[in-house]
Ligand binder design. Structure first.
Ligand code: DQA
Length: 258
């Protein structure tokens, strides 16, 4: 069973799925303005998808905006993600540039958690260790935008993330059938029973939407939702999700009138 893992003061793996909304601004100047309506909707966690920025080379300006974002968030935890094109995002970075950028984010003092792609191979373990050293939680992730791997493969990938030092493990798949959706849920349940790190899973697209609503029942610790722009197919509006989570999780979920 996963041990409860905190991102700032937010417990993951305690049986209640947490909501996360992505920030998808394409210009640094739009980041803080985009944050206000997201915060007003009261997600548990914010993910800044840095790869949406048209220019990822402006490191000084980027870190200055990151500091501002952190200040605006108060106690809401911040996850930063640089999603590669190969994993469904927009970043086209060499291994060295990816590693350097993630190191700067980890050591910035302004992030609570960092997404690290398992497919980046060699640097994953080092990045997890660097994050751990400065109390930043590592969320090691894998994305399958074309298919859903077999249950055993999903479970093995999540375990591999844990072996590489992930504090939290995450996988997103694209289902082609209802069986694929069931397979993703089965893999979530099995991984949750076997590993100590919290597991985050989702099946994308409309077919997979049930996993964003009821994934918590099968162990998924976080569900991604939208306030304005989606960062992956199938994400539901946060307000709708909050209501359904309350129905499914009772008193342990959020209050309806929040
Ligand atoms: O890994 C994930 C999950 C996600 O792909 C989703 O399907 O909701 C959305 C991404 O922003 C996030 O980094």
């Amino acid at each position: 069973m996963p041990k409860v893992t905190y991102i700032r003061q937010l417990p993951l793996g305690d049986g209640v799925p947490k909501t996360c909304v992505p920030l998808t601004a394409t210009r640094l100047a739009d980041v803080v303005p985009q944050l206000a309506p997201i915060l007003a909707a009261q997600p548990d966690l914010i993910e800044w998808r840095l790869d949406y920025l048209a220019d990822l080379t402006e490191k000084t300006a980027l870190l200055a905006t990151l500091k501002q974002v952190r200040q605006q968030l108060g106690e809401v935890p911040l996850l930063v993600t640089v999603r590669s094109q190969a994993e469904g995002g927009n970043a086209v970075l060499s291994s060295t540039d990816y590693q350097t950028l993630l190191q700067r984010l980890i050591n910035s003092g302004h992030v609570d958690a960092v997404d690290i792609e398992l497919s980046r191979g060699e640097c994953v373990e080092a990045l997890c260790a660097q994050a751990r050293a400065v109390q930043v939680q590592s969320v090691v992730s894998a994305h399958f935008f074309q298919q859903t791997p077999p249950v055993a493969d999903i479970v093995a990938l999540l375990a591999q993330m844990g072996h590489q030092g992930a504090a939290i493990t995450k996988i997103a798949v694209m289902p082609r059938s209802a069986q694929d959706v069931l397979n993703l849920l089965q893999a979530s349940l099995t991984a949750t029973q076997q590993q100590t790190q919290p597991v985050i899973t989702m099946a994308m697209g409309q077919l997979g939407q049930i996993t964003r609503l009821a994934g918590g029942t099968f162990g998924s610790a976080v569900t991604f939702a939208t306030v304005a722009t989606a960062s992956a197919p199938g994400q539901l509006p946060l307000a709708t999700l909050q209501q359904i989570l309350l129905l499914l999780n009772g008193d342990s979920g959020k209050e309806l009138d929040k």
